[in-house]
Design a protein around this ligand. Structure first.
Ligand SMILES: NC(=O)c1ccc[n+]([C@@H]2O[C@H](COP(=O)([O-])OP(=O)(O)OC[C@H]3O[C@@H](n4cnc5c(N)ncnc54)[C@H](O)[C@@H]3O)[C@@H](O)[C@H]2O)c1
Length: 310
């Protein structure tokens, strides 16, 4: 398939492009910045552009079968600072993208939503896809609204789509200096011999999924051909929870450097626990995570060391 990956130079995108190439697809990346850590992949077409530039988006869609939409201008913790910006640059520009996809007869749009924010504070764990959705940050609201527009475009104009509500991915290419991604940031701090900072008491529970498993789910979601009433929204996580304190203990088994932890006050955007029920993706997509946490942390540490200590 001729595949466009919007936001393909980021953490998830780089891993996804690698998997698409392994799978034999033709790839075009549309991103406003080059990859931080990865040299260009041979054979991939790179287009520098912004989702907000409608002429560039129109051109990037030419000849494309599948569109993976990964570009996002906000994070859960930054989105509440300027919700109007979040709505304009993510919701507005994505609805425009969907119009272009409809008009260009794109075969399928695969959208990366957020398993950690669309549900808000869960009333049960693990969280199934039909759990009530009450996001407590603007990012979760715009992700959810985009899901609704995908459903609308499918209903009105037959645009095919899949939504991956990814939990907390970690692994190779994750920016250790980012404002999100606890495992990547913790490993970066350890490699740079800085203390790890934990907001709150460290008992916040998250569902950490190894990036290789997450991108395999995205490929399966793209290949899946649903009937009219089949589900198109999938939780993608490990289906198991770990607290930050447990992650720190696991990391101590993996790294060969001292681990120092500092605790600071908790943040209002952090839900106390988020663990996804992944039974739908297992049964419908035939997907299941393969990489255990200890193995995933080993791989992540090797990558962070190659980046920071090499
Ligand atoms: N990393 C996570 O923990 C996580 C969890 C769930 C969902 N997601 C979602 O997955 C997607 C990818 O996340 P990531 O961690 O790879 O992020 P990332 O920041 O590493 O990559 C995003 C890429 O999109 C590009 N981009 C952003 N806005 C753009 C725009 N307007 N036009 C063109 N390019 C633009 C950036 O330059 C970057 O290369 C995002 O939609 C994110 O919300 C991420």
């Amino acid at each position: 398939m001729k595949t466009l990956v919007i936001g393909g130079n980021g953490f998830i995108g780089t891993n996804l492009v690698e998997a698409l190439l392994r799978d034999g697809h033709d790839v075009r990346i549309f991103d406003r910045y080059p990859s931080r850590y990865k040299d260009p992949f041979p054979g991939v077409e790179y287009v520098v552009g912004d989702l907000g530039n409608y002429g560039e988006v129109h051109e990037a869609l030419s000849g494309i079968d599948w569109v993976f939409h990964l570009a996002y201008t906000t994070l859960p913790q930054t989105s509440n600072d300027d919700p109007v910006y979040d709505v304009r640059s993510n919701l507005g520009d994505t609805v425009h993208l969907l119009q272009e996809c409809r008009d260009s007869h794109i075969g399928k749009v695969i959208f990366i939503s957020s398993g950690g924010t669309v549900y808000g504070i869960p009333n049960r764990i693990p969280i199934p896809e039909d759990h009530p959705q009450q996001p407590i940050c603007s990012y979760g609201i715009t992700k959810l609204a985009i899901e609704k527009y995908l459903s609308l475009f499918h209903r009105l104009w037959g645009l095919e789509y899949a939504v991956a509500r990814i939990s907390n991915p970690y692994g190779e290419q994750q920016n250790p200096h980012s404002k999100q991604g606890a495992i990547g940031v913790f490993l970066g701090n350890i490699a740079e011999r800085k203390p790890i900072t934990i907001w709150g008491d460290g008992e916040v529970v998250r569902d950490y999924i190894y990036i290789g498993d997450a991108v395999e789910a995205l490929l399966k979601a793209a290949r899946y051909q649903p009937g009219a009433d089949d589900p198109r929204i999938f939780n993608i996580g490990a289906g198991r929870g770990h607290s930050l304190n447990q992650i720190v203990e696991e990391l101590k088994q993996v790294v060969d450097l001292p681990v120092e932890v500092k605790y600071t006050p908790g943040r209002p955007i952090d839900v106390p626990a988020s663990v996804l029920d992944i039974s739908r993706a297992k049964s419908v997509l035939g997907w299941a995570p393969q990489v255990e946490l200890a193995e995933g942390l080993e791989r992540s540490w090797r990558w962070v060391k190659s980046l920071i200590l090499a």
